[in-house]
Design a protein around this ligand. Structure first.
Ligand SMILES: *[C@@H]1O[C@H](CO)[C@@H](O)[C@H](O)[C@H]1NC(C)=O
Ligand SMILES: *[C@@H]1O[C@H](CO)[C@@H](O)[C@H](O)[C@H]1NC(C)=O
Ligand SMILES: *[C@@H]1O[C@H](CO)[C@@H](O)[C@H](O)[C@H]1NC(C)=O
Ligand SMILES: *[C@@H]1O[C@H](CO)[C@@H](O)[C@H](O)[C@H]1NC(C)=O
Ligand SMILES: *[C@@H]1O[C@H](CO)[C@@H](O)[C@H](O)[C@H]1NC(C)=O
Length: 293
């Protein structure tokens, strides 16, 4: 008996035919509750859309709102093997032709004809400033020509194998793009220098390959990045920007041995990075050129 009562009590809680209540509320009461939540959620969605819209209005298409304060740009070399290692045998063409192919592709956008078509002949040795004036956007911003021919012996024009076939290879260096970076505080342009890298051979014992590196030649002269390529305003503002390059030709490197090289940027407005950030302002790589003779 008691059991049946309980069961009926539960049933009545869900649906009470006498009072026409469902879960203790009438249909109109439930309707009001649903209406309230519906209105509430529509209000929330509206608020979200409105804030999102307001925030997007404050973003500028042409420059990132937040950017890490990278005071020291990274450097990279071309051609780039997996381990930053250039290793080949002069007598076996197939061991170096991939480097030549990679450089042909890499330098193709720097062809004088391409540069003449895309870019502007800037006044050298000074920054190419193109600021916006107030809300008036200086857009699109122009970029300066970097002609492949100024790389001379490393341009691939006079010597189409970039010296790889006679053991005097060219390595190309570029500085990663940093928006608004002014690399020099005065008229002196930043320049690249390369030397034998020190490496550890034991506890407190260091060695380097300075006796093996041989003479180096830099293109453009002195390994400079001309100031006219700075500042960089970003991909969207400066659509045709060509990153300046420095080429290093190894004129008399020792064959059949590993040679550890480190190149770094010298600029009075760029601090060379710490050991912690090993790509900041410097890069090291290994060269090994084999010869049967
Ligand atoms: C650039 O010049 C080289 C020859 O110097 C040519 O093979 C290559 O197709 C050119 N690239 C472009 C994009 O014009
Ligand atoms: C780049 O090459 C083009 C075509 O030969 C030439 O007109 C232009 O003056 C050169 N630009 C620079 C900066 O040397
Ligand atoms: C970018 O290069 C194209 C040709 O490839 C040229 O028509 C355009 O005017 C250039 N834009 C700027 C901003 O220099
Ligand atoms: C290269 O550097 C030397 C000495 O620092 C300077 O006298 C010379 O004018 C520079 N050459 C170029 C082309 O900048
Ligand atoms: C090239 O380097 C070797 C030592 O590695 C040296 O004996 C030779 O004199 C150098 N040649 C030139 C032209 O500098």
């Amino acid at each position: 008996m008691a059991k049946d009562d309980k069961k009926d009590g539960w049933k009545e809680f869900f649906w009470n035919p006498r009072t026409r209540e469902f879960c203790g509320r009438t249909a109109s009461s439930w309707g009001l509750i649903l209406l309230f939540y519906l209105a509430f959620y529509i209000f929330l969605a509206g608020l979200f859309t409105l804030t999102m819209y307001a925030m997007l209005q404050t973003l500028d298409d042409h420059k990132p709102t937040y950017q890490d304060r990278l005071s020291t740009p990274g450097m990279m070399i071309r051609p780039k093997g997996e381990q930053l290692e250039i290793d080949y045998t002069i007598d076996f063409t197939e061991t170096w032709e991939r480097y030549v192919g990679a450089l042909n592709n890499f330098l193709s956008p720097y062809n004088d004809s391409v540069q003449a078509q895309k870019n502007y002949e800037c006044k050298p040795d000074q920054y190419f400033i193109q600021e916006d004036s107030g809300s008036l956007k200086n857009f699109p911003k122009r970029s300066c020509q970097f002609n492949r021919s100024i790389l001379e012996d490393c341009s691939g024009i006079t010597d189409r194998y970039y010296g790889y076939n006679d053991g005097k290879p060219c390595i190309f260096i570029k500085l990663n793009r940093v928006i608004h970076l002014l690399p020099s505080a005065d008229k002196n342009p930043p320049f690249v220098t390369c030397a034998a890298k020190k490496y550890k051979v034991g506890k407190d014992e260091w060695a380097d390959d300075s006796h093996k590196i041989g003479q180096l030649m830099y293109f453009p002269p002195n390994g400079t990045f001309n100031l006219m390529y700075y500042p960089y305003y970003g991909k969207k503002s400066q659509v045709n920007y060509s990153q300046p390059l420095v080429a290093i030709k190894f004129l008399n490197i020792t064959m059949n041995e590993d040679v550890n090289v480190e190149c770094k940027i010298n600029a009075n407005n760029i601090a060379v990075g710490s050991e912690r950030d090993k790509f900041a302002g410097r890069i090291s790589f290994k060269l090994r050129i084999n010869s049967r003779f």
